[in-house]
Design a protein around this ligand. Sequence first.
Ligand code: HDE
Length: 695
Amino acid sequence: MPDQLNLDEGGANHQKPEGDDDVMTTAQGHPVADDQNWLTAGERGPQLLEDHIAREKIFHFDHERIPERVVHARGYGVHGHFELKKAIPQYSRARIFNEEGVKTPTFTRFSTVAGNKGSPDLARDVRGFATKFYTQEGNWDLVGNNIPVFFIQDAIKFPDLIHAAKPAPDRGFPQAQTAHDNFWDFVTLSPESMHMIMWIMSDRTIPRSFRFMEGFGVHTFRLVNEDGESHFVKFHWKPKLGLQSVIWNEALKVNGMDPDFHRRDMWDAIDAGDFPQWDLGIQVFDEEFAEQFEFDVLDATKIIPEEQVPVEIIGTLTLDANVDNFFAETEQVAFCTQNIVPGIDHSDDPLLQGRNFSYLDTQLKRLGGPNFTHLPINAPKCPVRHFQQDGHMAMTNPKGRANYEPNSWGGDTGEDRGPRACPNRGFESYPAKVSGPKLRIRSETFADHYSQARQFYISQTPVEQTHMANALTFELSKCERPDIRERMVGHLRHIDEDLAKEVADGLGLTSMPDKVVAARQPVADLPESPALSIIKNGPDSFKGRKLGVYIAEGADADIVKALKEAATGAGGMVEIVAPHVSGAKLSDGTLMPADEKIDGGPSVTYDAVAVVMNEESARRYNTDKPSVDFVNDAFAHAKFVAYVPEVRPLFETAGVWDWMDDGFVDLSRGTEAADDFIQKCGKLRFWDRESVKQD
Ligand code: HDE
């Protein structure tokens, strides 16, 4: 009954001519004649379960989801490669660290920690920065974060930390945020988290994009050379574009405007051929340094300041390909701290050792069996030979009879006997001495919880310090229990009395709470470490950043053109925003198409903005809320703003005309004004505006 196939409109779209080679089939390969209508008994009768085509389709759909990661559920993966620039045979025998110029394929997944898969990208949270290197000696996973320390010192506390950070179990909220009682209750009762708290209350947790953030292996690892000698190492990723974050008020708005802000940014950059790059740096030190360093190098709540042990750059990661299929790659990728190659080894960091157990365990549940290494995204790109077999969904299966060793198959040649271990090429653990009684105890050397927290705070610029005080005040103001707020201020007093006072004032406390009893007296005079500030390590050009140009009818064509040229010439991107998505007619009569309609392209989504329109348009849109917000937010978020004098009516309603400062550039001065503007935008923001507002 061919005519019955076409009951819905466009039915013809669902059919293929006979003989075509891309005919739809079921998963069993049966050709499908109709994928739109379930088999029924009679035209309006009940559906029949006999319909193997519909049944298979629905069955598969019902099982499309796999458990999301218990942490780092929201993530975004991209392919790339790592190129070694400087061989380090003196430290490591790993091939990936010895063959200069060799490109090792990689897959990197960025993530937030607390939110579920559908949560917004710009939640205040740590970002995961996990890279799988498909080396010639097997996969090496560097499963790091964008913050070099962690909340806790022992893995046994991880479930408590995550329970406290995630939505409360009774009400199921709040989602993807730490601004609630459970989180602050836990951390204020776990003083070891104070250093990490300083980092998460800084703008590090609201990065502008993945492309502008650092990555860290966090733990101390070992590098082992050909002679079996070991050095300790900490891994660092340094973004070539510099560091950049947004302001909290922007983050709140971006999450509403574009919850996919970070993944879209990464997709767009790679799609445009603007491949983000990071240098891989190592901090190498020996046992002797570890012995005399003020803190325990096995304590993941501590850093080794770069000023004390410099970061040596050894290679570059380039992310140059988006995934073909989000599920197959980003969702199914399985990282594991235990994936290390000969020449890299673990240290006794108790957090690292706990992680070593956890990752395999979680993959078993998430990916449904032990054969997840057969999935293309997880499979090594070097030969794999072993006697492991069977299990759910075994896809690469050995041939022949030998599935154990030792065996004597294959006669003299040994051709069919299968693989054998190889002492000189194979992985060997560094024979670190291990002894001592079994104890459930935290080492005394881990007991200083405030000194590096203070070092982080004093290393920030005044603008960043203000952002931290504001973040603490914001988060603690969401705690309903006053004793939790006060307990936190009691911790802050060990870190910096001025910060404690500022937060106490922000919370409206009438007297200062007592200091929390410290496990060990903090060292108050650690020096500043400039490497810890974002602003001191920000970009120095507009490269990789985005300009939003708001135009309307009659906008000066030469000025718009000059702006576009200046921004793209500096390696930046430009988006045109207009009252209508179809664009606006410029002064020369040409139609400039828009990338966004004004309410879909707010200024929070750009690094800097320009407003170019004639006076008539400026009068027309000066009562339009999205237009007013565009200007007003750009000002409030300390952005550089370019304008033409004709926009005055709009700028007046937005309340900025009388407040224009050196962060504003008048484009009517001539074509060089656009270049001046983009040059200015090389700085992150016009921070003076923030301080002026605070005075
Ligand atoms: Fe993880 N962590 N973690 N973690 N972690 C997971 O593994 C765990 C920790 C990190 O994009 C899980 O595959 C324990 C520190 C990243 O797929 C799980 C402890 C650091 C990712 C797990 C930690 C990380 C994870 C959840 C305490 C920074 C995402 C899903 C000792 C150095 C990887 C999964 C991706 C994911 C356990 C602490 C980084 C459950 C027990 C510290 C980037 O296995």
